[in-house]
Design a protein around this ligand. Structure first.
Ligand code: FAD
Length: 472
């Protein structure tokens, strides 16, 4: 049984890792770039600053993934451990994330407006099932919070109207409002700072997030791994993959982690395949600011910050030198900020001006006090950054995945499966592992088909698996 893997990001490397663990002999992995990691790679710029492709925080829903991570980097000295400090910058102040539990920090009139909305949805909950993400946000958070934070922030990050998005992907990713908690925090002047599934996280001491995937690739049989191999054509009829350098490979099973829309375009079924037009995505501009001096007091311990307002183009900024002192050449005299700007058909960005707009936004929001602080900038553009959980996504996706599977072609990973809710590094890695388990042992692929189980914080997942149905 010959298994070919396309793409050397976490999903492809997860599959390769599992094949190697099972001592399966007949497999090969091909990656178009000259580096491993895909979207989870890291770059070192000409000044020696390290950058990720946007703020990458490693957390895990899987004991298997945790075990792999401690074999890749030594838990004693190669990982750094952080308590997540996420903040929102709005109304000229920083508010701890999640905002819904910390609205006491807002100006009084806005605080009251948000509280009224929360009281309203708590006292008069609607029985109507939301039709889209916009309705879900209104129903869960109330008018005030939606107006001041949720609508502008989500528009900024997703770059698509909330009305065109589904809400069922939310799972454990958004903290919904608990009136009692809001009131308790107000009265006792308390904050919720580390809510959620990634309240603590670890980060490689050296070379950024990409170090994880480089080191993992180094552990695999090198004669089966091929960089600089870009897929040009896939024949589903002859079960072959042709690369741009002329190399051709035969397969029994093909695991593709390249975007499913690209996979279809590159194959002989591009005329007959079902339409993939409902598969929306957004692009991401990453602007790194390499800075002189030290972070100001208010950024000394922050990890990342969300920006809902239009005084800056970015939706999120990471104080990247706080993740590891080695992300800059000399932590005593340098620090760094990594800013993310989204783009889509719906939300255009002027590529020419994006760096200067980011710098102006950093000044407007008090992240830096002047341009003189900037030593240099770094820029990276990702065409496909976020797979949008759009309303008709599943109707397009399921027939596509099924028709490919009938030809022994399996599309998995962040854009291979196009499911944002299981599109993080741990999910993508496990999609690769579980695909191999399915092919070799016939087991179900939990991550792809049962996102709410893998994202569930309760170990009761198994029960739901056996009684539940696929949530597609
Ligand atoms: C801005 C941003 C922030 C993120 N933050 C986090 C986070 O905080 N935590 C987290 O866990 N995850 C985060 N992620 C997600 C993380 O990057 C992905 O989960 C992960 O990289 C997906 O792995 P993958 O292997 O499925 O896909 P990819 O990483 O996209 O890998 C696919 C691979 O296929 C290769 N390929 C494409 N076309 C071809 C071709 N024609 N021929 C050969 N090879 C090809 C690509 O070069 C790539 O290496 C973030 C992503 C972005 C964009």
């Amino acid at each position: 049984m010959k298994i070919l893997i396309l793409g050397g990001g976490p999903c492809g490397l997860g599959a390769a890792f599992r094949l190697s663990e099972l001592q399966h002999q007949d497999w090969k992995l091909f990656e178009k770039n000259n580096y491993w990691g895909g979207l989870s790679t890291s770059f070192t710029d000409h000044e020696g600053f390290v950058w990720d492709v946007g703020g990458h925080v490693l957390f895990s829903h899987y004991p298997y993934f945790d075990n792999v991570m401690v074999t890749v980097l030594n838990p004693k000295d190669e990982w750094l451990y952080h308590e997540r400090e996420a903040w929102i910058y709005m109304q000229d102040r920083f508010i701890p994330y999640p905002i819904q539990n910390n609205i006491r920090h807002l100006p009084k009139d806005i605080f009251w407006e948000c509280l009224q909305g929360i009281i309203q949805v708590n006292c008069n909950p609607t029985n109507k099932k939301p039709e889209n993400f916009s309705e879900w946000v209104d129903a869960c958070f109330g008018k005030g919070l939606t107006h001041w934070f949720l609508r502008p922030y989500n528009l900024k990050v997703w770059a698509h109207p909330l009305e065109s998005m589904d809400w069922k992907w939310v799972g454990d990713r958004v903290s919904v409002v608990n009136l009692e908690r809001v009131m308790n925090h107000y009265i006792y002047e308390k904050d919720d700072i580390s809510w959620g599934p990634n309240s603590t996280f670890r980060f490689p001491r050296y070379h950024g997030t990409g170090a994880i995937w480089n080191l993992l690739a180094n552990q695999l049989p090198q004669d089966k791994l091929f960089l600089n191999h870009e897929v040009k054509y896939i024949s589903t009829k002859h079960k072959t993959v042709t690369f741009t350098n002329g190399h051709v490979e035969y397969f029994d099973y093909l695991l593709s982690t390249i975007p499913i829309t690209v996979l279809i375009q590159l194959s002989d079924i591009h005329n007959t395949a079902l339409p993939s037009s409902s598969l929306l995505y957004s692009s991401t501009h990453i602007v790194g600011l390499g800075l002189k001096g030290n972070p100001p007091d208010h950024l000394q311990t922050k990890c990342w910050m969300y920006f809902p307002e239009d005084n800056c183009p970015f939706y999120r900024v990471t104080v990247f030198s706080n993740y590891s002192p080695n992300n800059v050449p000399d932590i005593s005299t340098q620090w760094s900020l990594m800013c993310e700007v989204s783009e889509s058909e719906y939300k255009k960005v002027n590529h020419h001006d994006v760096i200067s707009d980011v710098i102006q936004g950093a000044i407007n929001t008090g992240l830096i006090s002047s341009r003189n602080q900037i030593h240099h900038t770094w820029y990276h553009f990702v065409e496909k950054g976020y797979p949008t959980p759009s309303l008709n996504r599943n109707e397009s996706l399921l027939p596509l995945l099924n028709s490919l599977a009938s030809m022994n072609i399996y599309s998995r990973g962040r854009f291979g499966a196009w499911r944002y809710e299981v599109g993080n590094m741990d999910h993508s890695f496990m999609q690769g592992v579980e695909f191999i388990n399915m092919v070799t042992h016939g087991t179900d692929e939990l991550t792809l088909w049962y996102p709410e189980i893998v994202n569930s914080p309760h170990p009761s997942g198994k029960k739901r698996l056996f009684s539940g149905s696929k949530t597609f």
